[in-house]
Write a protein that binds this ligand. Structure first.
Ligand code: SF4
Length: 372
């Protein structure tokens, strides 16, 4: 199974917490970037993809015709997969966009909602309104898109358990097929990092963040959403194929500035310099990238970390067959430590995070990665 990720890095404005590879939208740069992407796509060997994912940045900073033309290029190289996703900023959606997306093969839209509380939306530096979110969801439904996902964020400064309940209920009330809920991470070098430096109390500590995470799990479960990954919830049959492939340690191709690939045991990440990427792609030179071959214990540790993110956890038999690793034996001290502290559990052939373990997933996963 092969996933194809395409990074579209332009945004109408930059959010103060964001650490992605992104730039303010400028028409000339955006056009030149598409030409660079086309050049990179042309160089790819033809392959059959199981999914295409257009992420960003803000993919719909481009008009729907440009997105359709890009998908057409991608399909020439990777055929038309069953799942094609696009991330959308609700304030930029135009009336006819969904019909155009659907005609171009898009099956799944992921809408960057973050919150249904106007004050929190503003704190995040976003400019959309709740009315725009509702309109966009209705338009996507009317156009017959197969799958609709809403992205939410918790641990936003000023958020309370009550306001988070309201956001979750508003989201669930729109009956999406899928909901992602991520805790805010403050990344070094962002305006949010400077804010936290000045005013640490405005931000959530681990305990208060865990309380919001628990609320999310309860609300989603009560509404019939299955938590199939630490931050992702889906109605039956509506899991995101593209992201599942990452967590199952499948192969993927990343196209565009800063995009990551994993093929034939090698993980590589393109340069995060826009000019370097565009110039290399247009000149037909290799895109400068950092590459690392994942082998032996390192590869197994990464695979365990990814599998632990999922509801199924690590399948012991599958790991033995695929990586030659006996998780219970080769990682015995770690499994014992986290089983004894109630963070890991063994169910049949699987080892997985307990409910409490999901709150502390980074600690557990980190221990597997660094275990020698
Ligand atoms: S819209 Fe997304 S990618 Fe763009 S600045 Fe905001 S968070 Fe970052």
């Amino acid at each position: 199974m092969l996933g194809v990720y395409v990074h579209l890095p332009f945004c109408p404005y930059l959010c103060p917490y964001c650490d992605f590879a992104k730039w303010p939208l400028r028409e000339g740069a955006a056009r030149r970037y598409i030409a660079a992407l086309y050049a990179e796509i042309e160089r790819e060997q033809p392959a059959t993809a199981a999914s295409i994912y257009l992420g960003g940045g803000t993919p719909n900073a481009y008009d729907a015709e440009t997105i359709a033309a890009l998908l057409e290029r991608l399909e020439r190289r990777f055929s038309r997969p069953q799942e094609i996703s696009i991330e959308l900023n609700p304030e930029l959606v135009r009336d006819s966009d969904f019909d155009a997306y659907r005609a171009a093969g898009v099956t799944r839209v992921s809408i960057g909602v973050q919150s249904f509380e106007p004050a929190e939306i503003r704190t995040l530096g976003r400019k959309h309104t709740v009315a725009q979110i509702e309109r966009v969801v209705a338009q996507a439904r009317a156009a017959g898109l197969q799958s609709l996902s809403l992205d939410l964020m918790f641990a936003v400064p000023g958020q309370t358990p009550e306001s988070w309940h309201r956001t979750l209920r508003a989201a669930i009330g729109l009956e999406p097929d899928h909901i992602s809920a991520y805790g805010l991470t403050v990344e070094d070098g962002t305006p949010y990092a400077a804010w936290r430096e000045r005013e640490p109390d405005a931000f959530f500590d681990d305990e208060r963040e865990a309380e919001l995470y628990a609320i999310a799990i309860e609300e989603m479960q009560a509404a019939g959403y299955e938590q199939y990954e630490i931050s992702n919830f889906a109605r039956p049959g509506q899991r995101c194929t593209h992201n599942l492939n990452y967590w199952e340690n499948g192969e993927y191709v990343g196209l565009g500035v800063g995009a990551a690939s994993f093929r034939a045991g090698v993980r590589s990440v393109h340069t995060r310099s826009l000019e370097t990427y565009v110039t290399a792609a247009l000149d037909g030179r290799p895109i400068p990238s950092d590459a690392e071959r994942l082998e032996g214990r390192k590869r197994a540790g990464e695979a365990i970390m990814l599998a632990l993110r999922t509801a199924q956890g690590v399948s012991l038999r599958a790991f033995k067959e695929r990586y030659g690793v006996d998780v219970m034996k080769d990682y015995a001290p770690i499994v014992a430590r986290f089983a004894n502290t109630g963070l890991l559990e063994r169910i049949g052939d699987s080892v997985r995070l307990t409910r409490r373990g999901r709150f502390l997933a980074n600690d557990v996963c980190g221990a597997f990665i660094t275990f020698e």
